[in-house]
Design a protein around this ligand. Structure first.
Ligand code: ROI
Length: 163
């Protein structure tokens, strides 16, 4: 079994409801066990500011799915939530599920970049990740705890508990 971390984000169509429904879907996935769930965080949009604020969270899962099979499952949850893939990579979205880490693997293919390139740049990923994995070290040796302490918080707030 691999240990993977998944980032969840939404800023459209009831973000809190989207994240909690996505968590329920993750908990029902075969070959996956959700082992840790961060709080739900309120965050300001990164990228264009003319879009609604976001809700974000991070979960840990134990899985026997390969990274690509896991990606397929996550994309099918996104699609079922009504996500439309648009050209605007930095625009609003109903639901975003990103594989942040998959064990200590480095993956660089057309469909997958793991670790996710945003981990170190995004307070709405680092803080929830540190909440559930304070002792975690990234494949490059950086400590999640220290990165989380150092990043600009940009208005990030714990909104509520998810579990
Ligand atoms: N900004 C926030 N706060 N949270 C996100 O999940 C998020 N996702 C994105 C972009 C558009 C980069 N901005 C975001 O994809």
């Amino acid at each position: 079994m691999a240990l993977a971390y998944i980032g969840l984000g939404s800023n459209l169509a009831d973000p809190q409801g989207q994240i909690s429904a996505a968590l329920a879907k993750l908990e029902q996935l075969e070959h996956c066990l959700v082992t840790k769930v961060s709080s739900l965080y309120f965050s300001r949009p990164m990228g264009p500011q003319d879009q609604p604020d976001y809700m974000n969270a991070v979960v840990a899962i134990k899985t026997s799915l390969t990274p690509l099979d896991l990606l397929d499952q996550l994309q099918s949850i996104e699609n079922n939530a009504g996500r439309v893939r648009k050209d605007n990579r930095w625009g609003a979205r109903v639901l975003d599920l990103d594989i942040l880490l998959y064990d200590q693997q480095l993956i660089n293919t057309e469909r997958l970049t793991i670790p996710h390139y945003g981990i170190k740049l995004r307070e709405f990923v680092l803080l929830p990740l540190a909440e559930i994995a304070n002792e975690l070290t990234l494949p490059d040796g950086d400590s999640v705890k220290i990165l989380a302490e150092q990043i600009e918080k940009n208005g990030l707030k714990v909104h509520s508990k998810l579990r």
